[in-house]
Design a protein around this ligand. Structure first.
Ligand code: MSP
Length: 633
């Protein structure tokens, strides 16, 4: 069986400081790395920063710094954060590292020589936020669908990667390797992208426009497109092409990303590798998004959750536990400090913390502070051992499936069974009867041994708590406590000196006022004054929605037939916030004299009025019942 495990996180852009989303991905990668080390795998874990491109150059300009100095500063913040979160990455890569620059140029040259890069003319709308071109039909009311900003129109000659050539191969590959992209919903999403014809990928930017990037090896007037550069980090980090690590860990590699960057990882990256004659990685593991108190996390909402703040307030193990326990891998989750505090008190302080302190206190008192002999097992002891071995197997299975929350639920099944075992076997009663000494020892031995099993099972998630439990059990540093050791019952040495310590997880209180104050959201600046005559030029009307349906292939647009005194079709970018069925029959406000525009091939004759809220867009509506076609003044 292959015993090599290489795990990567996305390399994070240096235009923002780390937040809970970055922390989640990196902690999941750490949990996986620690788990595989405990399973005896040769493991390599890499994270880093993505430093080239327009976005970074612009952020540096705003900060009045050179791009490199700016990248140095933010990259250092990421690098310094990870050890604070007990992240055990083996390597930290920066795309400005010399060896990375060399690897990118090497791959470009290889693909160029193979004839898969050509020079061509391109024009289109360019969104700096997305670092990509859009076709007109992809824009929403002339704006980038993701950033809602107006893209620049650019016409330029560029180099293109013949990605289209690999479309059929990629479809076949994904179909033949059902767990290449997982969970399945993201595999389906990738296959859905591939139902459209795949376009070639523009992989250069002219230096007249951008100099902050890696110069193409075959044309020094151009730099490399930031995604073509960034993805290659995964093989630079292990010494492609002839490093020993590359031979060991590729293609046994697994990437971990969130759903936002599925397309570059699921489509660009495997086709780039194919063109360069390199096998795709083993798994692309895709998780969902953390929202905060049900809203999207954003600087403007002032709800960006900082990992170090939570660590300082509640402790690192609790933070790591909560992230892994409360998100179902693959689905979105909403962070709430209140829910976090509840989990600390119930699962950690109450269930696990009490179990450890009760067991250690009793063992110290009743067994002279040492691990007592097990003696012959009673029926309830056998049940406990069976449960422990079932839980170990379940945790292993859940790790295979990336079902971290289920792994923790399984561990808590054991913890809860141990708490019941204490109540049912009543060691304090046994302790009063000298004839029961053997049984008392047996019960305490089983509890202590089960705590050893628990401490190994939680080690990937809560390394600090795991070590503290082991220290209390008198397990010497250097005694191997890995997954093999807990597949067998009885690894805890009889006679070990116990070292009870203070509470593993003190209870915490949630105080609302302690919540970081959310700065009042700033209203956008007012526009310049206009004459009433100018206002009058805008024809605003009441409309009734007669029919509504999603525009095919768009996840933002809804097409509506409306009555504004006459029937018309309008298209609006509200599909994320409204289902078509919710709109039918509603009265809405519409600008009816805007020049018609085509959105995804559908002509829109009017624009509905809506505003943003923390929960998404809301369409303007009326308190009383107006007639369709009525003027709005
Ligand atoms: N630089 C690119 C990645 C290049 S990889 C070759 C990039 N950087 S990023 O800074 O925007 O990081 C995106 C990643 O950060 C997500 O894929 C995810 O791992 C993590 N997250 C950022 N926000 C997140 C949430 N709100 N929730 C969960 N994870 C999130 O894209």
């Amino acid at each position: 069986m292959e015993k090599n495990f290489y795990i990567t996180t996305p390399i994070y852009y240096v235009n923002a400081s780390p937040h809970i989303g970055h922390a989640y991905t990196t902690i999941v990668a750490d949990v996986l790395a620690r788990y595989h080390r405990l399973r005896g795998y040769r493991t390599y874990f890499c994270t880093g920063t993505d430093e080239h491109g327009d976005k970074i150059a612009e952020a540096a300009r705003k900060a009045n710094m050179s791009p490199k100095a700016y990248a140095d500063q933010v990259s250092a913040q990421f690098r310094a954060l990870w050890p604070e979160l007990a992240v055990t990455n083996d390597y930290f890569i920066r795309t400005t590292d010399d060896d990375h620059v060399e690897t990118v140029r090497r791959i470009l040259q290889k693909v160029y020589e193979a004839g898969d890069i050509y020079f061509g003319e391109y024009e289109g709308y360019y969104c700096v936020g997305c670092e990509r071109f859009y076709m007109e039909k992809e824009l929403q009311e002339g704006k980038c669908p993701d950033h809602q900003s107006e893209p620049e129109y650019r016409k330029e000659s560029n180099y293109f990667f013949r990605m289209s050539k690999y479309q059929d191969w990629l479809i076949g590959y994904i179909k033949d390797h059902p767990d290449f992209i997982r969970p399945e919903r993201y595999r389906n999403e990738a296959l859905a992208f591939l139902r459209e014809p795949l376009e070639d990928l523009c992989i250069s930017r002219p230096k007249t426009r951008l100099i902050w990037g890696i110069t193409l090896p075959f044309d020094d007037q151009y730099v490399t497109y930031v995604w073509f550069d960034a993805l290659i980090n995964y093989i630079t980090a292990i010494g492609y092409p002839d490093g020993e690590k590359f031979r060991t860990f590729w293609p046994a590699a697994q990437h971990l990303i969130a759903k936002d960057i599925l397309k570059p990882h699921g489509i660009y990256w495997p086709t780039m590798l194919k063109a360069a004659g390199i096998e795709p990685c083993r798994h692309l593991n895709v998780h969902g998004y953390w929202n905060v108190d049900q809203s999207k996390m954003s600087k403007t909402l002032g709800n960006v959750v900082k990992p170090l703040m939570l660590k300082d307030k509640y402790g690192l193990d609790a933070f790591r536990y909560f992230l892994l326990r409360d998100m179902v891998f693959g689905l979105d989750s909403s962070f709430s400090e209140e829910a976090f505090v509840q989990r600390i008190n119930s699962d950690l302080a109450n269930d696990l913390g009490n179990l450890v302190s009760r067991t250690l206190t009793m063992a110290s008192k009743f067994c002279g502070g040492r691990v007592p002999p097990a003696g012959p097992p009673a029926d309830e002891d056998r049940i406990l051992r069976d449960l422990a071995s079932r839980v170990v197997a379940e945790v292993e299975k859940n790790f295979e499936d990336l079902a971290f929350h289920k792994a923790l639920i399984a561990v808590w099944e054991l913890i809860n069974a141990l708490n019941r075992y204490i109540v049912e076997s009543e060691p304090w009663v046994l302790a009063k009867n000298p004839d029961q000494k053997g049984r008392l020892n047996g019960v305490m031995h089983h509890l202590l041994e089960a705590l050893r099993v628990v401490s190994v099972l939680i080690a990937p998630f809560m390394p600090g708590a795991s070590e503290r439990i082991m220290a209390q059990l008198g397990i010497e540093d250097g005694t191997v406590q890995d997954f093999d050791s807990i597949r067998r019952w009885g690894g805890l040495a009889e006679g070990n000196e116990l070292k009870p310590a203070g509470a593993l997880f003190p209870r915490v209180e949630y105080r609302k006022e302690e919540k970081a104050e959310t700065p009042k959201e700033q209203a956008p600046p007012f526009k310049a004054e206009i004459d009433y005559a100018d206002f009058e030029k805008v024809d605003l009307r009441v409309a009734t929605v007669l029919e509504a349906e999603a525009v095919p292939k768009s996840n933002k647009l809804i097409k509506m037939k409306i009555d504004v005194g006459e029937e018309r079709t309008i298209v609006a970018g509200i599909a994320k916030d409204y289902k078509p069925g919710e709109l039918i029959g509603r009265k809405i406000a519409v600008v009816v004299n805007l020049k018609p525009t085509k959105l995804m091939g559908v002509e829109s004759r009017g624009m509905l009025l809506a505003t943003d809220t923390a929960e998404g867009l809301t369409v303007l509506s009326f308190d009383r019942e107006p007639k369709p076609g009525a003027n709005i003044r």
